[in-house]
Design a protein around this ligand. Structure first.
Ligand SMILES: NC(=O)c1ccc[n+]([C@@H]2O[C@H](COP(=O)([O-])OP(=O)(O)OC[C@H]3O[C@@H](n4cnc5c(N)ncnc54)[C@H](OP(=O)(O)O)[C@@H]3O)[C@@H](O)[C@H]2O)c1
Length: 240
C-alpha cells in the first residue's frame, strides 16, 4: 500500500488542525473533517500551500447524514482509511453541576461521545481495509476518574459535569471498541493532549498545539505490537 490515509475530525483549527498537519508532514493523505465548509476548505488549503496532501471533507459529527456522506466520499476517493482521529469536541459547561442544564449536557454528549461512536461505526468498513488501522480518541486528563477524584490533582478545581463526564464516557467507549476489534489489526486508544492553548479554553492553556498533537501522532503510528484499549499522554499510560 502507498502512504497512509487519515481522517481527522474537527480539523479546521486547534489541536485537530495540528494533528492533520503533522500526519500529512509524515507523508499521509489527510482528510480534514470540518462542519463548516469555509473553515474546512481554508484549513486544507493552508496545508496544501505548505506542500502537504490535504483534502477537506464536510463532517458534522452530530449529523448522521453528514457522517455517511463523508464515509462515502473517502471510500470513493481513497478506498480505505488507515488512521481515524476523533478530535472534534466542545466545552460548553457554564454552571456548576447543580445548575448545568440538561441541554448543555446533551449537547456535549452529542459531540464528545455520540459523535466519535457514530464516526467510528461509519468508518469501520474503511478501517478494516487497512493493514494496520489506528483509531485515536482525543480525550482529556479531566476524563480520568482517578485524577478527577484526587484532591491533589493539578486540575482538581475543574469540576465540569458535562465536559469531564463526556471524556470519561469517551474513555469507556475506547475500551469497548478496542475489545471488539482485539483480533483485528485495528488499535483503538484514547489520548490526553494536556492543557493546550486553543479557542476551547480562551487560549488559556499552557501547552502549544504542537505539544498537544504529539500523543495523537504517536498513537496513530503505533507498531503492530503496540497497545490497544489504553489511555495515554506523551509520558505514558494514564489512570482511568
Ligand atoms: N485545549 C485543551 O486544553 C484540551 C485538553 C484536553 C482535550 N482537548 C480536546 O481536544 C480536542 C480539540 O480541541 P481544541 O482544544 O483544539 O478545541 P478547538 O480549537 O475549539 O477545536 C475544536 C474543533 O472541533 C470542531 N467541532 C466542534 N463541534 C463539531 C461538530 N459537531 N462536528 C465537527 N467538528 C466539530 C470545531 O469546529 P468549529 O470551528 O466549526 O467550531 C473545531 O474544529 C477536543 O476533543 C477537546 O476536548 C483539548
Amino acid at each position: 500500500m502507498s502512504e497512509r490515509v487519515a481522517l481527522v475530525t474537527g480539523a479546521n483549527k486547534g489541536i485537530g488542525l495540528e494533528i492533520a498537519r503533522q500526519l500529512a508532514s509524515e507523508g499521509s493523505t489527510v482528510w480534514l473533517g470540518a462542519r463548516d465548509s469555509g473553515r474546512g476548505e481554508a484549513a486544507a488549503a493552508e496545508l496544501r500551500r505548505a506542500g502537504l496532501d490535504a483534502k477537506f471533507v464536510p463532517l458534522d459529527v452530530t449529523d448522521a447524514d453528514s457522517i455517511g456522506a463523508a464515509a462515502r466520499q473517502i471510500e470513493a476517493d481513497s478506498g480505505r482509511l488507515d488512521v481515524l482521529v476523533n478530535n472534534a469536541g466542545i466545552f460548553v459547561d457554564d454552571a456548576p453541576p447543580s445548575g448545568l442544564s440538561l441541554d448543555r449536557l446533551r449537547q456535549t454528549y452529542e459531540t464528545n461521545v455520540f459523535g466519535p461512536v457514530a464516526v467510528t461505526q461509519a468508518m469501520l468498513p474503511l478501517l478494516r481495509k487497512s493493514t494496520a488501522a489506528r483509531v485515536v480518541n482525543v480525550s482529556s486528563g479531566l476524563g480520568s476518574l482517578t485524577q478527577n477524584s484526587d484532591p491533589g490533582y493539578e486540575y482538581a478545581a475543574a469540576k465540569l459535569l458535562a465536559y469531564n463526564s463526556s471524556k470519561a464516557a469517551l474513555n469507556a467507549v475506547t475500551i469497548q471498541f478496542a475489545h471488539e476489534l482485539r483480533d483485528t489489526p485495528i488499535k483503538v486508544n484514547a489520548a490526553d493532549p494536556g492543557y493546550v492553548a486553543t479557542d476551547l479554553n480562551g487560549n488559556q492553556g499552557t501547552r502549544t498545539v504542537q505539544q498537544g498533537a504529539r500523543i495523537a501522532i504517536q498513537l496513530a503510528s503505533l507498531p503492530g505490537d503496540g497497545p490497544s484499549g489504553g489511555f495515554f499522554n506523551e509520558d505514558g499510560p494514564l489512570p482511568w
